[in-house]
Write a protein that binds this ligand. Structure first.
Ligand SMILES: Cc1ncc(COP(=O)(O)O)c(C=O)c1O
Length: 401
């Protein structure tokens, strides 16, 4: 053993020892609670795509190391997807990279593009791997906080979170290397508007910043929201690494198939880091995801309609139970404010919720550097069977009775 004085986990990762997801999932098991904490669907994606994976396995496609950048069928399908949905052209040979989920795409991008000490501006609250990946790359995270907008942003009476573009502009310094953007945004359900993204693009161009944009929920936008890829805005294609995930779009989170689209120099840089993380992953699944990306529009429309219905079931249940609900315009998460229930500490609330109501949720504070800014917010996932959501809604009612 090494000296007992020196901690085993290095300083860069010291703050990331354990995640609240593990604690909450264990609580869900030990109390028999409905787990609306972690964001994975409880129904698999399309049967034909599952069968495509079985076929690939049986036919011996992808059982040995696939090519480093991903199998050509999948790279071609990713390029075709970007063209079909957004009119963006990428060369499958030089501008597409398949990764072990979006998580590896994020880690590889940051490990490749940051020098120690570089600042990364990320929208807070943020997906938890961002902070850890920035830390592993030796970067410094600079959060710009999305804050509740009491007026609602669409004049429809629904409270939403809002990005303060002046705050974003002011956060840029001479040490800023890149903007790490996430839209649709986990956990708040915010979908950045074209006007907001245009302003972000302007800042990136003016200050000559790279942009890594996590768009894994690109197909989960509701109401009148529109997903606008940052790379589609003027001056952005050449400086933007766009990240997608089959886990989110096709409900196969365990397959861990993600991807990066970017110009050749950026893809080359990200690939340099990626090849020493996993080198390659998910061989047979890559062939199946290639087929999934080519599914007709009806698949994407039905997927969205299905999730919209689920959102409305859970949002209604949460509202009836007394939460203030931030109705999400994207993703499969609902952020709530627990203050109308007479509570203010999301951690304590989430630890007691299984006992009180038989439901598990996640305290948003874990997604913040400014923990106090996230203290009263709690996130629920609605990518669950309708009957599970109805049962959860009924159980949550106990909070107000
Ligand atoms: C915003 C965001 N990015 C990335 C990921 C990870 O995606 P993957 O499972 O493809 O690694 C998630 C998963 O929850 C997410 O919410």
């Amino acid at each position: 053993m090494t000296s007992s004085v020196r901690p085993l986990l290095n300083r860069r990762l010291a703050e990331f020892g354990t995640t609240v997801f593990a604690e909450m999932s264990a609580l869900a098991l030990s109390t028999g609670s409905i787990n609306l904490g972690q964001g994975f669907p409880d129904t698999d994606g399309p049967e034909e795509i599952r069968e495509a994976a079985v076929r690939a396995l049986r036919d011996g496609r992808g059982n040995q190391y696939p090519p480093g950048p991903g199998v050509p069928e999948l790279r071609t399908a990713i390029a075709a997807h970007q063209k079909r949905h957004y009119g963006l052209s990428y060369d499958p040979d030089t501008e597409v990279l398949v990764t072990a989920g979006a998580t590896e795409a994020i880690a590889a991008s940051l490990l490749a593009l940051l020098e120690p000490g570089d600042e990364v501006i990320a929208l807070e609250p943020y997906y938890d791997s961002y902070a850890a990946s920035i830390a592993m790359a030796g970067g410094t995270r600079v959060p710009v906080t999305l804050r509740p907008d009491p007026a609602g942003d669409a004049g429809d009476g629904h409270r939403r979170f809002r990005l303060d573009l002046d705050e974003l502009r002011d956060a840029v310094t001479g040490r800023t290397r890149l903007l790490l953007i996430n839209t649709p945004h986990n956990p708040t359900g915010t979908v950045l508007t074209r006007a907001e993204l245009t302003e972000i693009a302007r800042i990136a161009v003016e200050r000559d910043l790279l942009v890594v944009t996590d768009e894994v929920y690109e197909h989960l936008v509701f109401d009148d929201a529109e997903h606008v890829p940052l790379a589609s805005l003027p001056g952005m294609r050449e400086r933007t690494v766009t990240i997608g995930s089959a886990g989110k779009t096709f409900s196969f989170t365990g397959w861990k198939v993600g991807w990066v689209t970017a110009p050749p120099a950026l893809v080359g840089a990200v690939r340099s880091a990626k090849q020493f993380l996993t080198y390659v992953a998910s061989g047979p699944f890559q062939y199946a995801v290639a087929e999934a990306l080519a599914l007709p529009d009806a698949y994407f429309e039905d997927f969205r309609a299905d999730m919209l219905r689920k959102r409305d079931v859970l949002a209604a249940g949460l509202t009836e139970a007394g939460f203030a609900v931030f109705r999400p315009r994207g993703t499969y998460f609902i952020t709530t404010d627990i203050r109308p229930l007479g509570e203010s500490d999301g951690f304590a609330f989430c630890r007691s919720l299984p006992e009180r109501a038989g439901v598990v949720a996640i305290p948003n504070a874990v997604f913040y550097d400014h923990r106090e800014a996230g203290a009263p917010f709690v996130r629920f996932a609605f990518c669950k069977k309708d009957e599970v959501l109805h049962e959860a809604a009924q159980r949550l009612h106990r909070l107000s009775s």
